[in-house]
Write a protein that binds this ligand. Sequence first.
Ligand SMILES: Nc1ncnc2c1ncn2[C@@H]1O[C@H](COP(=O)(O)OP(=O)(O)OP(=O)(O)O)[C@@H](O)[C@H]1O
Ligand SMILES: [Mg+2]
Length: 472
Amino acid sequence: MSASTRETPDVLLVDDNDDLRYVLATVLSRHGYHVVEAADEPAAVDALRLHRPSLVLSDLRLPTGDGLGVLRAAKELDPALPVILMTGYGAIEEAVTAVREGALDYLPKPVDHEHLVLMVSRAIEQRRLVTENLLLKEALGSRHGAPTIIGEHPLLLEVLKSLRRVAPTETTVLLGGESGTGKELFARALHAHSDRADGPFVAINCAAIPETLLESELFGHEKGAFTGANARKPGKFEVAHGGTLFLDEIGEMPVNLQAKVLRVLEERSFERVGSNTTLHVDVRLVAATNRDLRAAVAARTFREDLFFRLSVFPITIPPLRDRPTDVPILARHFVERFAREQNKRPPHLSTTAIEALERHAWPGNVRELQNCIERAVILAEGDTIHAQQLNLGAGEIVREAHPAPPRDPWDEIDLSGTLPEASRRVLMEVERRKIAQALEDARWDHAKASAALQIPPRLLLARIRDFKLAPR
Ligand SMILES: Nc1ncnc2c1ncn2[C@@H]1O[C@H](COP(=O)(O)OP(=O)(O)OP(=O)(O)O)[C@@H](O)[C@H]1O
Ligand SMILES: [Mg+2]
């Protein structure tokens, strides 16, 4: 009989005494439980994987292995799986250890049948409630579109704490983090946990839309505002009214649009392209970037005033390699999810598979892990995912091949000496390069070059001499 067709739950009963096992199994099945039996730890571990019981009832002392081993294997498979250990006379200390390690309870031998049935039914009922609660929570969550963020590493928990704290406010949030760390997921979570959860969540990727279209996408346009504007169209700011607007990859936004976004942030107003009518909106802004905006500000590709406005509450999601303990947790979560999607029984990750996952550096972060597991679940035959199916190659090599973060060109500048000295040095270099370039562009026509630079011709001549410039 397969697990999915059974209505009553399974109890895995582990004891080496055949007679006792027979008696207890009979008692339990009389109360409607399906009983799976095992006589030692290895057999119990196999049965756990094969039958996924709802409860484990195991003797503490076993001929091969022991009840604590069964307990650990059960908890590894499913931390919420209730385990009851049966203890002989005088084994109370071991029983206490077992409870400390996560056993639900212990049952003294000789086993009192009524006590047994009561304990089993209570444990199963409790588990049913826990599962129901989880489902309910999930349903509630998805009603508001709250995505589940998986992970338990202290660095992630820290970030989640800030997220939860800032969510109910109106504060603009800037999400940072490498590609695939979950910026969009966090933005959705932020919205779902805000007072605007019933309003719209609107996302726009500033890098994916050509510069010429981005303005009308953001602010909308009137009919005939430009060629191809056949009808008036509201922009994302209007659509997000009463909700949250997520500006993804904001570092790629052209500077002239940055000024307009700043104005919406400050005045909550804007005009559609091709219109003089000022519109007002109530929108909470969340922005994301995988670039160092501070460096972009220094390089003048990002407006400083907008940067300050956006970074009132910055949240940086740590890369997966900085929270390695989350790798197996996320991996198991994705195995469950993709198995469900593919209508498979969730395979289990072999120890070597887990090790391979832990060795990998994950330059593509959670997205890479998710893709890796999806592929592995498709490839998995039987109930186990092996390391080969993860296709991760040799972990150490991958870690070394991880690309170095991009260098900031401003780090190359010589900042030695006093501020006036350093500023003069930088300014001189900018002047020299600018003038040399203008002269090249004008094919050394001094009048043209000085007009382009908007400096008097006499000053240009002086600079050519100072910098010893000559045609190339
Ligand atoms: N902690 C997490 N728990 C569950 N799923 C996660 C988690 N972090 C990321 N994901 C999943 O990983 C994928 C990538 O996340 P997301 O798209 O939010 O990353 P991103 O930081 O926006 O990446 P990019 O910079 O490339 O746009 C998504 O499918 C997301 O649901
Ligand atoms: Mg993204």
